[in-house]
Design a protein around this ligand. Sequence first.
Ligand SMILES: [Ca+2]
Length: 117
Amino acid sequence: MKRIWTRVVASALATVGAMAVLPQSAALAADCPNGYLCLYQDSSWGGNVMLLTGHAPNIGSAFNDKTTAFSNHTDRHWYLFENVDYGGRLLVVIAPWTASANVGKDANDKTTSVWRG
Ligand SMILES: [Ca+2]
């Protein structure tokens, strides 16, 4: 199963670069691959997942204002912002190797850009 998951990720990344939105079936693997920040549409790491490896000034219409949970499998800090180009409120500061099942109502479904520290 791990090999299949890795292939799906690699294939999706090859298509759209550093960002990918995977279907719900793949997102059911709650473990985020090493080297990625994973953003989830639903609480407890459910729904669609977006994988990030670097800055995302605009995470795109497929995932805009949808982030509810995250898993950070990198040794970097990440910063979730309300608007494009790291504008608006700083919603969440994510420490290395941490996860949250729910970012809370003040930050829920608002993330539009992501800065990698
Ligand atoms: Ca937003």
